[in-house]
Ligand binder design. Structure first.
Ligand SMILES: C[S@@+](CC[C@H](N)C(=O)[O-])C[C@H]1O[C@@H](n2cnc3c(N)ncnc32)[C@H](O)[C@@H]1O
Length: 288
């Protein structure tokens, strides 16, 4: 697996994601897979995935929620799966059936061009649940870089978490933590200038010059059950959960107990934890 570069921003720290890789598919990967399935449909409607000379790149591919679905649906398609975290990509490749069609490369999605990620060579640039690691992807030129990967009529297809007030995992933590310490203030989920949902995604694509932009919000749920949620939040090493815990000065054991109570009483034993995804597709900007 080729290595490009390693940034030192804590939101894109490959070590954190390496730790989370092993447990990823159990919880987060299940929800992101639902979003990925819909995003593939939207992308195929805009630019058929079985057309000749189709080639796809998955940026921030993680353990492959989207890559694997895409490969299963379009076995002839060449897919370059990329991520900043070698641990994520190892997991991805370990469950890849056809390693002639799906290849992997370590890539920083903020500056993706290099190695097999060649300029003007992809019909589809996909990315699910990853772009929120970067500040202002339109203003900082990230989307312009993604456009450079595309063939003239190629498209981007992007999914992200919709961190609205109904975001269940966040609400569960906040409710449990403030029950234990009423003075606790839950810090924002993302640093300033990172995208929270559909409005920024759609506007960002338009600002970057993408054409025919279409977007939607989809309920995906984080319905992993009580034990699944507790494992995700307390044991998986997921960066969001780790940051919440680090922001709390009180007794985390009590927060966990409160969370268990909430899961039982308010979230149907973890069978109904709300979570939405924002999805968008758009065609490469016209040159100049
Ligand atoms: C929430 S996971 C999403 C993984 C997968 N796309 C999915 O939908 O399940 C976010 C991924 O983004 C990756 N990531 C974070 N910053 C990145 C960067 N600058 N370049 C490439 N990947 C990055 C992480 O390593 C992690 O695998």
């Amino acid at each position: 697996m080729a290595t490009e570069k390693t940034p030192n921003n804590k939101w894109i720290d490959p070590i954190k994601w390496n730790t989370a890789a092993a447990q990823y598919d159990n919880a987060v990967g299940r929800s992101s897979g639902i979003a990925a399935a819909r995003l593939i449909t939207l992308a195929n409607e805009m630019h058929p995935l079985n057309a000749p000379s189709v080639r796809a790149i998955d940026l921030g591919a993680g353990t492959g929620s989207l890559t694997h679905l895409l490969a299963a649906q379009y076995p002839g398609l060449n897919i370059l799966a990329t991520d900043i975290s070698p641990g994520m990509l190892e997991q991805l490749m370990s469950i890849t059936h056809d390693q002639t069609k799906v290849t992997a490369q370590v890539v920083d999605m903020a500056a993706p061009i290099g190695g097999a990620a060649t300029e003007s060579s992809f019909s589809h640039v996909f990315s699910t649940m990853a772009i929120q690691a970067l500040p202002d992807p339109a203003g900082e030129g990230t989307l312009a870089q993604w456009a450079r990967l595309l063939l003239p009529d190629g498209i981007v297809a992007i999914g992200l978490w919709d961190f609205d007030e109904n975001c269940g995992p966040h609400a569960l933590w906040e409710e449990a933590a403030t029950a234990v310490d009423p003075g606790y203030t839950n810090p924002p989920l993302l640093p300033p200038r990172h995208w929270y949902g559909r409005a920024e995604l759609e506007q960002g694509l338009k600002t970057a010059g993408f054409r025919d932009v279409k977007s939607e919000v989809m309920h995906i749920g984080f319905d992993v059950g009580k034990e699944g949620f507790l494992r995700f939040f307390w044991e998986s090493g997921n960066p969001m959960a780790r940051d919440r815990q680090a922001s709390f000065n009180g007794d985390l054991k009590k927060v966990r107990e409160e969370m268990e109570r909430l899961l039982d009483e308010k979230y149907d034993k973890g069978a109904k934890i709300p979570l939405s995804a924002a999805l968008a597709v758009g065609r490469k900007p016209l040159a100049g």
